[in-house]
Design a protein around this ligand. Structure first.
Ligand code: NDP
Length: 253
């Protein structure tokens, strides 16, 4: 089918920029009604306008998903508005780099509270609806895509706390996959290498400078490249589960 997600309902967290924004556009182009969530309302409203402008359906929900009540409310809004939930992409994340020794531990908290706990809250709120979709929905299968990172599989110098927050996602995702797969909820890990987004901009200036130097020698992935991988995962036939996609820029070691 040209629009394999026609009639389905999707939710993307962290959709106000980068990978989440690209994924929301891709899922909408495949026919899904998409709820887009993040803190920056203006960016979400613009995205909804873009999707609606191309004939799609979308809803913006302003939420800080480090707050479990807001994560719950986001999922509830999606289900109230579109009647169901078939595809969830838990993508919101932050990457703050630097040595562990002497680190500012507020940075650790920001990463664990968003990358790990925020993602777990999103999954927790979504799972009952995904089970319902798998049992009674149009496709008889549902998808939970967890956006991790190469940092969820490979430790690098200067990214220890980010690694910790993403390795936890790998463990959580595999446990959830085992728990739900026989009921046709597919849990998938998507692990990108360097992608051209706003992610580096939350770092201290000296860290940003080092990242710019590293990226200057490499053609990075675009959000659309990662959105393509996610679109592949969520459009497989019911009997096929893509458990994991590790996707790097060709020039990244
Ligand atoms: P961006 O900074 O462009 O996107 C991050 C998104 O998360 C934004 O939409 C942001 O929106 C949202 N977000 C941040 N804090 C919160 C919060 N408390 N509640 C809800 N939403 C929040 O970066 P990317 O697109 O690169 O990052 C997306 C994911 O991809 C992250 O999980 C990241 O770890 C992962 N990733 C990125 C890679 C890269 O090289 N760029 C590589 C591998 C993985 P807002 O500020 O409006 O809330």
């Amino acid at each position: 089918a040209l629009r394999p997600l026609a009639g389905t309902v999707a939710l993307v967290t962290g959709a106000s920029s980068g990978i989440g924004e690209g994924t929301a556009l891709a899922l909408a182009a495949l026919g899904a009604s998409v709820t887009v969530a993040a803190r920056r309302t203006g960016r979400l409203d613009a995205l909804v306008e873009t999707i609606e402008g191309t004939g799609g359906r979308a809803l913006a929900v302003t939420a800080d998903i480090t707050d479990e009540r807001q994560a719950d409310a986001t999922v509830a809004r999606a289900v109230e508005t579109f009647g169901r939930l078939d595809v969830v992409v838990a993508n919101a994340g932050v990457m703050l780099l630097g040595p562990l020794a002497g680190a500012d531990t507020t940075e650790w908290r920001r990463m664990i509270e968003l990358n790990t706990l925020g993602l777990m809250y999103t999954a927790h709120a979504a799972v009952p609806h995904l089970l319902d979709s798998a049992a009674h929905g149009p496709r008889q299968v549902a998808d939970l895509v967890l956006v991790s990172s190469t940092a969820g599989r490979q430790v690098r110098d200067g990214s220890g706390a980010y690694n910790a927050s993403k390795y936890a996602v790998t463990a959580f995702g595999e446990a959830l996959r085992r728990e739900l797969t026989r009921r046709h909820v597919r849990t998938s890990l998507v692990e990108p290498g360097a992608v051209e987004t706003e992610l580096p901009e939350h770092n201290r200036p000296e860290i940003q400078q080092r990242m710019r130097e590293r990226y200057s020698t490499m053609e990075r992935l675009t959000p659309a490249d990662v959105a393509d991988a996610i679109a592949f995962v969520v459009t497989r036939p019911r009997h096929t589960a893509v458990n994991e996609i590790l996707i790097r820029p060709t020039e990244q070691q």
